[in-house]
Ligand binder design. Structure first.
Ligand code: TYD
Length: 207
Protein backbone atom coordinates (compact mmCIF):
# COMPACT_ATOMS: atom_id res chain seq x y z
CA UNK A 1 0.00 0.00 0.00
CA UNK A 2 1.48 3.29 -1.06
CA UNK A 3 -1.13 5.58 0.51
CA UNK A 4 -2.20 6.05 4.11
CA UNK A 5 -5.30 4.48 5.57
CA UNK A 6 -6.88 6.03 8.68
CA UNK A 7 -10.07 4.79 10.30
CA UNK A 8 -12.36 6.37 12.92
CA UNK A 9 -14.04 4.36 15.63
CA UNK A 10 -16.15 4.95 18.70
CA UNK A 11 -19.45 4.25 20.37
CA UNK A 12 -22.69 5.98 19.42
CA UNK A 13 -22.92 9.62 20.46
CA UNK A 14 -19.22 10.32 20.98
CA UNK A 15 -19.20 13.06 18.33
CA UNK A 16 -17.41 11.04 15.65
CA UNK A 17 -19.22 12.65 12.70
CA UNK A 18 -18.56 16.14 14.02
CA UNK A 19 -14.86 15.38 14.56
CA UNK A 20 -14.56 14.01 11.04
CA UNK A 21 -16.14 17.24 9.73
CA UNK A 22 -13.66 19.34 11.73
CA UNK A 23 -10.79 17.26 10.39
CA UNK A 24 -12.06 17.71 6.83
CA UNK A 25 -12.11 21.49 7.36
CA UNK A 26 -8.56 21.37 8.68
CA UNK A 27 -7.33 19.27 5.75
CA UNK A 28 -9.05 21.52 3.21
CA UNK A 29 -7.71 24.70 4.83
CA UNK A 30 -4.21 23.25 4.75
CA UNK A 31 -4.41 21.98 1.19
CA UNK A 32 -4.05 18.33 2.21
CA UNK A 33 -5.71 15.98 -0.27
CA UNK A 34 -7.81 13.16 1.17
CA UNK A 35 -10.66 10.82 0.34
CA UNK A 36 -13.39 10.26 2.92
CA UNK A 37 -15.67 7.26 2.93
CA UNK A 38 -17.82 5.40 5.44
CA UNK A 39 -18.92 1.98 6.53
CA UNK A 40 -21.20 0.30 5.92
CA UNK A 41 -21.48 2.01 2.56
CA UNK A 42 -19.25 4.06 0.31
CA UNK A 43 -20.20 2.36 -2.96
CA UNK A 44 -23.56 1.80 -4.63
CA UNK A 45 -23.58 -1.89 -3.77
CA UNK A 46 -22.34 -1.31 -0.21
CA UNK A 47 -24.99 1.37 0.36
CA UNK A 48 -27.65 -1.12 -0.73
CA UNK A 49 -26.24 -3.66 1.73
CA UNK A 50 -26.28 -0.91 4.38
CA UNK A 51 -29.98 -0.34 3.91
CA UNK A 52 -30.67 -4.07 4.35
CA UNK A 53 -28.59 -4.20 7.54
CA UNK A 54 -30.06 -1.07 9.11
CA UNK A 55 -33.67 -1.71 8.02
CA UNK A 56 -35.71 -2.01 11.21
CA UNK A 57 -38.11 -4.39 9.43
CA UNK A 58 -35.41 -7.06 9.22
CA UNK A 59 -35.97 -8.34 12.74
CA UNK A 60 -35.37 -11.91 11.59
CA UNK A 61 -31.76 -11.18 10.67
CA UNK A 62 -29.36 -13.40 12.59
CA UNK A 63 -26.19 -12.03 14.17
CA UNK A 64 -24.12 -14.17 11.80
CA UNK A 65 -25.98 -12.84 8.76
CA UNK A 66 -25.46 -9.27 10.00
CA UNK A 67 -21.72 -9.84 10.46
CA UNK A 68 -21.43 -11.38 6.99
CA UNK A 69 -23.29 -8.45 5.42
CA UNK A 70 -20.91 -5.96 7.04
CA UNK A 71 -18.00 -8.02 5.71
CA UNK A 72 -19.58 -8.15 2.22
CA UNK A 73 -20.11 -4.38 2.13
CA UNK A 74 -16.48 -3.99 3.25
CA UNK A 75 -14.98 -6.18 0.52
CA UNK A 76 -16.90 -4.25 -2.13
CA UNK A 77 -15.68 -0.91 -0.73
CA UNK A 78 -12.09 -2.16 -0.55
CA UNK A 79 -12.00 -3.57 -4.07
CA UNK A 80 -13.87 -0.73 -5.70
CA UNK A 81 -12.60 2.33 -3.84
CA UNK A 82 -10.14 2.04 -0.96
CA UNK A 83 -7.69 -0.34 -2.63
CA UNK A 84 -7.29 1.73 -5.82
CA UNK A 85 -7.03 4.99 -3.82
CA UNK A 86 -4.29 3.57 -1.60
CA UNK A 87 -2.53 2.14 -4.61
CA UNK A 88 -2.56 5.65 -6.10
CA UNK A 89 -0.86 6.95 -2.93
CA UNK A 90 -3.84 8.81 -1.48
CA UNK A 91 -4.77 9.55 2.11
CA UNK A 92 -7.96 7.57 2.78
CA UNK A 93 -10.18 8.25 5.79
CA UNK A 94 -12.93 5.82 6.70
CA UNK A 95 -15.73 6.40 9.21
CA UNK A 96 -15.84 2.96 10.91
CA UNK A 97 -14.13 -0.18 9.65
CA UNK A 98 -13.07 -3.63 10.82
CA UNK A 99 -12.89 -2.63 14.51
CA UNK A 100 -16.63 -1.81 14.42
CA UNK A 101 -17.28 -5.41 13.39
CA UNK A 102 -14.96 -6.70 16.11
CA UNK A 103 -16.51 -4.48 18.82
CA UNK A 104 -20.20 -4.70 17.78
CA UNK A 105 -20.48 -8.20 16.30
CA UNK A 106 -17.48 -9.87 17.94
CA UNK A 107 -17.80 -8.56 21.48
CA UNK A 108 -21.28 -7.05 21.91
CA UNK A 109 -23.30 -9.59 19.89
CA UNK A 110 -21.06 -12.32 21.25
CA UNK A 111 -19.95 -13.88 17.96
CA UNK A 112 -16.33 -13.75 19.11
CA UNK A 113 -13.29 -12.05 17.66
CA UNK A 114 -12.12 -15.24 15.90
CA UNK A 115 -15.33 -15.66 13.92
CA UNK A 116 -15.41 -12.00 12.90
CA UNK A 117 -11.75 -12.04 11.93
CA UNK A 118 -12.27 -15.19 9.87
CA UNK A 119 -15.06 -13.70 7.77
CA UNK A 120 -13.07 -10.48 7.35
CA UNK A 121 -9.98 -12.28 6.16
CA UNK A 122 -9.74 -10.20 2.97
CA UNK A 123 -9.76 -6.90 4.87
CA UNK A 124 -7.40 -8.13 7.57
CA UNK A 125 -4.83 -9.68 5.23
CA UNK A 126 -4.76 -6.91 2.66
CA UNK A 127 -6.02 -3.70 4.14
CA UNK A 128 -5.39 -3.08 7.80
CA UNK A 129 -5.49 0.63 8.66
CA UNK A 130 -2.19 2.36 9.33
CA UNK A 131 -3.85 4.07 12.28
CA UNK A 132 -7.22 3.93 13.96
CA UNK A 133 -8.47 6.95 15.85
CA UNK A 134 -10.64 5.69 18.69
CA UNK A 135 -12.79 8.41 20.24
CA UNK A 136 -12.87 7.27 23.82
CA UNK A 137 -16.00 8.16 25.76
CA UNK A 138 -17.95 5.67 27.88
CA UNK A 139 -21.56 5.29 26.59
CA UNK A 140 -23.04 6.49 29.86
CA UNK A 141 -21.24 9.82 29.47
CA UNK A 142 -22.06 10.03 25.77
CA UNK A 143 -25.78 9.60 26.42
CA UNK A 144 -25.71 12.01 29.35
CA UNK A 145 -24.15 14.61 27.10
CA UNK A 146 -26.89 14.00 24.52
CA UNK A 147 -29.68 14.55 27.01
CA UNK A 148 -29.64 11.37 29.03
CA UNK A 149 -31.03 7.86 28.98
CA UNK A 150 -33.62 8.77 31.58
CA UNK A 151 -35.52 10.96 29.18
CA UNK A 152 -37.09 7.84 27.67
CA UNK A 153 -35.52 8.00 24.23
CA UNK A 154 -34.40 5.00 22.16
CA UNK A 155 -31.78 3.95 24.63
CA UNK A 156 -33.26 1.82 27.35
CA UNK A 157 -31.38 -0.28 29.82
CA UNK A 158 -30.82 -3.27 27.54
CA UNK A 159 -29.59 -0.81 24.91
CA UNK A 160 -27.16 0.63 27.41
CA UNK A 161 -25.85 -2.83 28.27
CA UNK A 162 -25.14 -3.46 24.59
CA UNK A 163 -23.28 -0.17 24.22
CA UNK A 164 -21.22 -0.94 27.34
CA UNK A 165 -20.17 -4.21 25.71
CA UNK A 166 -19.22 -2.37 22.52
CA UNK A 167 -17.16 0.09 24.56
CA UNK A 168 -15.38 -2.64 26.51
CA UNK A 169 -14.69 -4.41 23.22
CA UNK A 170 -13.02 -1.30 21.83
CA UNK A 171 -10.94 -0.98 24.99
CA UNK A 172 -9.70 -4.55 24.58
CA UNK A 173 -8.93 -4.00 20.90
CA UNK A 174 -7.01 -0.81 21.67
CA UNK A 175 -4.85 -2.70 24.17
CA UNK A 176 -4.30 -5.65 21.84
CA UNK A 177 -3.38 -3.42 18.91
CA UNK A 178 -1.74 -0.53 20.75
CA UNK A 179 0.60 0.37 17.88
CA UNK A 180 -2.26 0.98 15.49
CA UNK A 181 -4.81 2.45 17.89
CA UNK A 182 -4.64 6.13 18.73
CA UNK A 183 -6.88 6.62 21.74
CA UNK A 184 -8.38 10.10 21.87
CA UNK A 185 -10.03 11.19 25.10
CA UNK A 186 -13.36 12.58 23.84
CA UNK A 187 -14.74 13.67 27.21
CA UNK A 188 -13.78 17.31 26.83
CA UNK A 189 -15.13 20.16 24.75
CA UNK A 190 -15.43 19.48 20.99
CA UNK A 191 -12.62 21.84 19.95
CA UNK A 192 -10.33 20.26 22.54
CA UNK A 193 -10.99 16.85 21.04
CA UNK A 194 -10.29 18.23 17.57
CA UNK A 195 -6.96 19.65 18.77
CA UNK A 196 -6.02 16.25 20.20
CA UNK A 197 -6.75 14.57 16.87
CA UNK A 198 -4.62 17.08 14.94
CA UNK A 199 -1.79 16.72 17.44
CA UNK A 200 -1.86 12.93 17.18
CA UNK A 201 -1.91 12.95 13.37
CA UNK A 202 1.01 15.39 13.32
CA UNK A 203 2.97 13.24 15.74
CA UNK A 204 2.52 10.25 13.46
CA UNK A 205 3.67 12.31 10.49
CA UNK A 206 0.38 11.91 8.64
CA UNK A 207 -0.36 15.61 8.29
P1 TYD B 1 -24.31 4.96 11.41
O1 TYD B 1 -25.63 5.63 11.31
O2 TYD B 1 -23.31 5.23 10.35
O3 TYD B 1 -23.73 5.20 12.87
P2 TYD B 1 -22.55 6.11 13.44
O4 TYD B 1 -22.90 7.53 13.12
O5 TYD B 1 -22.56 5.80 14.91
O6 TYD B 1 -21.26 5.66 12.78
O7 TYD B 1 -24.61 3.42 11.49
C1 TYD B 1 -23.66 2.48 11.50
C2 TYD B 1 -24.03 1.44 12.53
O8 TYD B 1 -23.48 0.20 12.14
C3 TYD B 1 -23.46 1.75 13.91
O9 TYD B 1 -24.43 1.49 14.90
C4 TYD B 1 -22.34 0.74 14.07
C5 TYD B 1 -22.77 -0.40 13.20
N1 TYD B 1 -21.67 -1.20 12.62
C6 TYD B 1 -21.50 -2.51 13.06
O10 TYD B 1 -22.23 -2.97 13.95
N2 TYD B 1 -20.51 -3.27 12.50
C7 TYD B 1 -19.70 -2.78 11.52
O11 TYD B 1 -18.81 -3.52 11.02
C8 TYD B 1 -19.88 -1.43 11.07
C9 TYD B 1 -19.01 -0.88 10.00
C10 TYD B 1 -20.89 -0.68 11.65
Amino acid sequence: MKGTFITFEGCEGVGKSRQIRYLEDYLKNNGIKYYLTREPGGTEVSEQIRSVILDGKNVAMTDECEALLYAAARVQLLKEVIGPKLEAGELVLCDRYIDSSLAYQGYARGLGVDFVEKINDYAIKNFMPDYTLFLDLPPEQAFKRKGGVDKGDRVELSGMEFHEKVYNGYKQLSKRDSERFIVIDASGEKHETHAKIIKALKEKGII
